[in-house]
Design a protein around this ligand. Structure first.
Ligand SMILES: Cc1ncc(COP(=O)(O)O)c(C=O)c1O
Length: 396
């Protein structure tokens, strides 16, 4: 993570807070809008049922003179009820609507947790490699970030204990480790929950891709198997609907609700009320789950297209293991190839990728590229992989 923002002139820097220099992803200025294949993080918007959304939007805007209730800093109650039912059905999350706080996406939830539960200087275990925006939120809140490695079962709890035996907070992405994709094993989940119980640590469960499992039944969410109220469950609609909707949610242990309400109401109020009302009805009428099933089919085919194209064009250049979930994959580069320079070169050839090192606190021995497939049709994926591999072949 770069600590200097490129837009600040080093000769006459304005006097600003240190946190304002944080730039979560470092220099990714070579990725410019509009996004091109194989840029990760983009859902397929073409199959979104926009007529239904438009119908609900018209209905709720017509009612807008009866403004949805804005006073409760947890968010619009019918949406909290809809989210509560949804996460109960899909992820076995136990809650009532008064434990649900509607956010402007996962990012706000992360910052809110950091500011509500910890004081500056207190330690947080962070998956490494891990989600750079989570790390940025924690650093910005003045927390001490302890990098903890991940393996094929997820966060390695035993190494975390060696690095800092008394974390106050742990950040994990158990359904799809960001970015390597491991599904946290049940054994590891219980090990983490036990540590949290003994040390009175809080756990953020960022369940950001849980809807997209191909073929297998999902493993129970951490929240659903925690008997000690240590888990803050975070979800969002940035992947299942669109990042620009900027609506997400958190499910809080009951004992924390009042504290979160206090901090939330000083930081912001709620996301836009009419959008919350539209989304509540969209979920309640079953449209979200129908859309999830439709996108799941499409994403599975696109992952196959990406893996097949890499097998065909990437022999000896790129290595990829198909995942059982998600919207992107990590493709490993040959040893000693630098992912930052490859990503820049790929962008010059019309292919967008994110270097794996962007997600790392401690450098990994082998470098890789994060390749998104969810938003691109099979023929565009093939073309991009072909282009990327011919550029890589020229590096030999
Ligand atoms: C690990 C992880 N969590 C959550 C999100 C969604 O964040 P937001 O809701 O702020 O768009 C992302 C988006 O890329 C992510 O990678």
């Amino acid at each position: 993570m770069s600590r200097r923002s490129r837009s600040i002139d080093p000769k006459s820097p304005p006097k600003i807070a240190k946190r304002a220099h944080l730039d979560p992803f470092g220099d990714l200025s070579f990725l410019r809008p509009p996004s091109r294949p194989l840029r990760p993080g983009q859902p397929e918007l073409g199959i979104f049922p926009r007529e239904i959304w438009a119908r609900l939007a018209a209905k709720h805007w017509r009612r807008a003179n009866r403004d949805p209730e804005h006073i409760d800093s947890l968010g619009y109650r019918p949406l909290r009820q809809a989210v509560c039912d949804l996460v109960g059905r899909l992820r076995g999350v136990h809650c009532n609507p008064d434990q649900v706080l509607i956010t402007c996406g996962a990012q706000q939830a992360l910052y809110l947790v950091a500011c509500t539960l910890l004081d500056p200087g207190e330690p947080v275990w962070m998956e490494d490699p891990g989600y750079p925006r989570a790390r940025a939120a924690f650093i910005s809140a003045g927390l001490k970030v302890i990098p903890v490695p991940v393996d094929s079962e997820g966060l390695v709890v035993s190494v975390g204990k060696e690095r800092d035996p008394k974390p106050r907070l742990v950040f994990v992405t158990p359904s799809f480790q960001c970015p390597l994709g491991a599904l946290m094993s049940l054994e590891r989940r219980f090990e983490l929950l036990q540590m949290a119980k003994e040390k009175k640590a809080w756990i953020i469960e960022d369940d950001y891709f849980s809807e997209y499992r191909y073929g297998k039944d999902p493993i129970a969410s951490l929240q659903s198997i925690d008997g000690n109220q240590r888990v803050i469950y975070i979800g969002n609609f940035s992947k299942s609907i669109a990042p620009s909707l900027r609506i997400g949610y958190m499910v809080l242990p009951s004992v924390l609700v009042d504290a979160f309400k206090n901090v939330r109401s000083t930081m912001s109020r709620q996301p836009p009320g009419v959008e919350q009302a539209i989304l509540a009805e969209f979920i309640r009428e079953g449209h979200l789950e129908r859309h999830l099933r439709a996108t799941l089919r499409v994403y599975r085919e696109r992952q196959e297209a990406l893996v097949d194209a890499i097998k065909e064009y990437g022999r000896g250049l790129l290595e990829v293991v198909p995942g059982g979930t998600g919207m992107y994959l990590v493709a490993w580069l040959r040893p000693r190839i630098d992912d930052q320079s490859v990503a820049r070169m790929a962008a010059r050839h019309g292919v967008d990728t994110v270097p794996l090192s962007t997600f790392c606190i401690k450098p990994l021995r082998r470098k890789g590229l994060v390749l998104g497939y969810s938003a691109y049709e099979g023929n565009r994926i093939r073309k991009a992989v072909k282009e990327l591999c011919s550029a890589l072949a020229r590096l030999r």
